[in-house]
Design a binder for this molecule. Sequence first.
Ligand code: GTP
Ligand code: MG
Length: 369
Amino acid sequence: MSYTPSIAIMGLEASGKTVLMTVMAKKLSQTSNRGYFLDPIGLRTMKYIERNWAILQGNEWPASTPPGEMFKLKWNFHVQTGRSTCETASLQMIDFAGQDLRQLFTSEEYEGNFSNIPQHFRPLMEYLAHADILLVVLNIKDYCGETDTMRKIDNQAALKNALDHLARHKHKKIAFVFTQMDQYEGFIQQYGGLENFCGRELSYLRNSYMNGVNACFSVSAVNQTETREMSDGSFQRVPVYGFKSKGLVELGDWLAKEVKEVNKNKAAEAERKRQEQIRRQQEQEQIRRQQEQEQIRRQQEEEIPQEVLQELRKSTHVGNVMNYVSIPIIIFGILLLRIGWSFLPAIITSVIGSMIVMRIIAELTYEEN
Ligand SMILES: Nc1nc2c(ncn2[C@@H]2O[C@H](COP(=O)(O)OP(=O)(O)OP(=O)(O)O)[C@@H](O)[C@H]2O)c(=O)[nH]1
Ligand SMILES: [Mg+2]
């Protein structure tokens, strides 16, 4: 049975989900010496990635993902298992608008009761709840560059609330991915490293989820940018043609390992379920056979006429009484034998007499019962 591990890239607006997904999918689709590569399934995936990749190579950023949209993309994930052997698993990943995540997980309206969410959010919620792997994407700016205190609290609350809800649904693999690190490396140094930054600015998330069990990555999907004057006279940092990336190899290796693990666990679970089903079927078959035998026995019993049954029971009873009295008769006979052969006719007469008496007793006691 084949299983499709599902990945959800989730993060707030402009956290870098679309850029990360595009560059990661593009890089991982090139066969490398890492022992794995992605192969897009169908036109939709290939077009989505290639369109965004072309935008990045053309010194621009992809547009913000429209709220309400969920792009579900699919790949075959080939993992080399030996010199000339390869294991293939299908894989799906979604990209969706950060605004939707904020709306779903910062609204007190749905808190603790997501059955109230509007219809258009349901497919997204369903996907998130069942995803095997969550890539939680964070932009440093949302947690220390944010001057609006309420917004800053919301930024962390959205992710914490999402994880509180989604991680308890199903055992998930979680990785925190700090994006756009080409811009923040120096800044993070001032905090004394990413761990210290998380301790100070993301303490709720750190205490609950950044506990060594879940992975943490610093990534620059686009590691080389240049400042360009835009048509409106403003200046913006844009990707340099042929840009390089940083941190994607580590993230790719982690994903490859986790996808393999998810697949292995699913295969083991499917096998366990199969064995359980076989065991249950065998049990049911045994019960059915026992019931069948019981029914046959009852039918046979019903088929024996009552008089025959009564006669059978009676003869058994008489036999029991006869068995019970036969021992004293035998002892009595032996004793007489020792007394002398001349008493033989008397012995025979007395034994026959006793048997007749016992038979009469048996008949009488059976009648009484
Ligand atoms: N320097 C640099 N900037 C990046 C990088 N990735 C994203 N950005 C910046 O972040 C912006 C948002 O990136 P997106 O990938 O569109 O963000 P998103 O999370 O998909 O946003 P929504 O679709 O609105 O939810 C881009 O327009 C860039 O300005 C990166 O690797 N390096
Ligand atoms: Mg996007």
